[in-house]
Design a protein around this ligand. Structure first.
Ligand code: GDP
Length: 427
């Protein structure tokens, strides 16, 4: 059976912790989209880790971790992450890299950087990890697959073909030096040795595992709002962040995904450019306080360290996020963070052109949306680490009940702290 853990919102919902927890009972953990541009924070007995490319099952020796064909694989970043595990004393993980995954290459990072600089104030808030150029190249059919590394003539020819286009762009549009195909070819030959022990036929592996009744966990990166089709276009990422994309990016049969656990925080947070629409944003000193108290070390990006924008829980965006993810249940994280508040606001509607709606508007209308709030009483105490749902204060439970009614999806798990076992089952 297959479970997917995905984000209902803008990313950083706390998926890493939930994945780490549920990985314990899984046989395979698979990353199926995105690249090293976002990170999951995992806190366990080995320490605190920000994983960017490696699946969250790498801390367990019984788990096979797969980097699926839908991932943007940056071998250098992967090497750094593997080294980070070695340095922390984590036993070597069981890892398989899809032979059909494509490579994120240095020229993707360059292109991302040049393009953001060219756009100036109109930039998309990219992490400049090369993700957008990588996926553009994939769909333009000039991407390079992991398997190409082991077929040298093909590799050389594919690189030359890609660079023919890329170098015209670099020189003419960005006024930057061209990339040397031969130099890159040689670098790739040495990088392939790093991944050689891990490369495999993940499609056959996954299908065999399903036949054997194994439990598979699909690990999503970012959240529904960042999906390039159904998200806040154009402030999205470049790969599909929806559970359904696991069928492509991990070659999972569509009928096999039984459970979609959508993760959402008890408040909103969003990393990205200031120009991104974020309707329930909390600004000023109140926002600063929530940012400081949020997450395990304040709300700062796991990959970039950038301060995240924070806001009240947004039921309009989250109900839509759960719908497009086809969530079967929700894991609500960071409830403990709100314990300092006398009153807690929840964004329960958007006013667009004088009309209040509960339906998430199209991106063209999002900038005009104003939040409509409902105010609930706070619980004014520290609930960190509570693992019995019934032991939560009545107002905290009422808050969870209220959110559940609004998002129309059962809230099955309530997380009360960043550590693995600081969580209460509700259903
Ligand atoms: P992800 O990308 O969805 O995995 O989210 P991140 O790991 O980037 O951000 C979530 C942050 O919240 C991290 O700092 C986690 O350690 C932290 N976190 C997760 N669950 C909880 C929780 O229930 N309470 C608190 N206080 N922090 C949490």
């Amino acid at each position: 059976m297959v479970k997917a853990i995905v984000g209902a919102n803008w990313g950083d919902e706390g998926k890493g912790k939930i994945t780490d927890l549920l990985a314990e009972r899984s046989d395979l953990v698979i990353r199926y989209q995105g690249g090293a541009n976002a990170g999951h924070t995992i806190i366990n007995d080995y320490g605190r880790f920000a994983l960017h490319t490696l699946p969250s099952g790498v801390f367990y020796s019984h788990i096979t971790n797969i980097i699926g064909n839908g991932v943007a694989l940056d071998i250098r970043k992967l090497t750094q992450e593997l080294q980070m595990l070695i340095d922390a004393g984590v036993p070597a993980p069981n890892l398989i890299i899809a032979q059909r995954a494509q490579l994120l290459l240095p020229y993707h990072v360059l292109q991302d950087t040049y393009e953001e600089a060219r756009l100036g104030g109109r930039a998309f808030g990219s992490t400049k990890s090369g993700i957008a150029p990588f996926y553009s190249d994939k769909y333009a059919k000039i991407g390079i697959q992991v398997c190409d590394l082991f077929h040298e003539d093909r590799l050389k020819q594919r690189l030359e073909q890609a660079l023919e286009v890329k170098n015209v762009l670099f020189q003419a549009l960005y006024h930057q030096p061209p990339v040397d195909a031969q130099e890159l070819y040689e670098e790739l030959l040495s990088l392939r040795e790093v991944i050689r022990p891990y490369v495999g036929d993940t499609v056959a592996y996954v299908h065999q595992a399903l036949k054997e009744g194994k439990t598979i966990l699909l690990e999503g990166q970012l959240g529904a709002m960042k999906d390039p089709d159904l998200g806040i276009v154009p402030m999205t990422t470049s790969s599909h962040t929806l559970a359904g994309f696991g069928c492509v990016g991990a070659a999972i049969p569509p009928t096999a995904i039984e459970d979609v656990i959508c993760v959402t925080k008890a408040y909103s947070s969003c990393v990205g450019s200031q120009t991104e629409p974020f309707v329930s944003e909390l600004l000023g000193p109140e926002g600063d306080e929530l940012r400081r108290r949020g997450g395990d070390k304040g709300e700062f990006g796991a990959t970039t360290g950038r301060p995240r924008r924070v806001g009240w829980f947004d039921t309009v965006a989250t109900r839509y996020g759960c719908m497009v993810q086809s969530a079967t249940k929700v894991a609500l994280t960071c409830l403990d963070v709100l314990g300092y508040l006398d009153e807690i606001k929840v964004c329960t509607g958007y006013e667009v052109n004088g009309v209040v709606t509960r339906d998430f508007p199209v991106p063209a209308l999002l900038d005009q949306a104003k939040p409509v709030f409902t105010t609930l009483p706070g619980w004014k105490c520290d609930i960190r680490g509570i693992t019995e749902y019934d032991a939560l204060p009545a107002n905290a439970k009422a808050y969870v009940d209220f959110l559940e009614r609004e998002i129309e999806t059962p809230i099955a798990l309530v997380s009360t702290g960043p550590k693995r076992h600081e969580i209460a089952a509700r259903l």
